[in-house]
Structure formats: C-alpha cells, structure tokens
Design a binder for this molecule. Structure first.
Ligand SMILES: [Zn+2]
Ligand SMILES: [Zn+2]
Length: 103
C-alpha cells in the first residue's frame, strides 16, 4: 500500500510575487496556490532556476527553500523583509532609504 503525499516532485517555491504579504512563498508546483503559513525565515539563495533570490518561507518549508540552490545567507523574517525596496543587511532587511533617519 502506498502512502499519499509522497514528495517526489522537484522542490520549488512559488513564482516571484509582487505582493508583500509576510507569507511563505512555497507552492507545490507552478501555478499552485502558495502556502498560507506566516513566513518565519528569509533565505537568500543562489538558484540555477532564478539566480539570486530571497525566499520567504515558513518553518516547514525552510528546508525546501534551502534545497533550491546554494544558501548565501538567511535570517528571521521580520518587519521589512519582503518589502520593496529593501536592502539585505545580513541578519535583517532594512528599507532602502536615501535620507538619514528622522530626528
Ligand atoms: Zn510554507
Ligand atoms: Zn529579510
């Protein structure tokens, strides 16, 4: 008897999204609805499929996101992660601003 849900498909994440909801970007296959879990990790990966990308992922899908390429860096998915324009600062993302902080 075969169990269902065997993940023998190539791991992948969803299409690049332009909405900035802090949700996991994983989808089981192209065009499939993406995961609805809150993103907890932001993983910067160099993938043969997309080049260098930053992936928002939940706990469960973090290993899959990491497996899509060479992990360059990763951090907890927090405030500015996933927004545009944002700068990858190593352990967090910061909004890209040209002015100094307001005082
Ligand atoms: Zn997920
Ligand atoms: Zn980030």
């Amino acid at each position: 008897m075969r169990g269902g849900g065997v993940m023998n498909d190539k791991p992948r994440v969803g299409e690049p999204s332009t909405d900035h909801r802090p949700v996991c970007a994983f989808s089981a296959k192209p065009g499939a609805p993406q995961c609805v879990e809150r993103a907890t990790f932001h993983i910067r990966v160099i993938s043969i499929e997309w080049g260098e990308v930053a992936l928002a992922t939940c706990d469960a899908h973090a290993p899959i996101a990491r497996s899509t390429g060479i992990v360059h860096d990763e951090h907890e998915f927090t405030g500015c992660c996933g927004m545009e324009p944002v700068v990858w600062m190593g352990d967090h993302c910061a909004l890209f601003v040209t002015e100094a902080e307001p005082h």
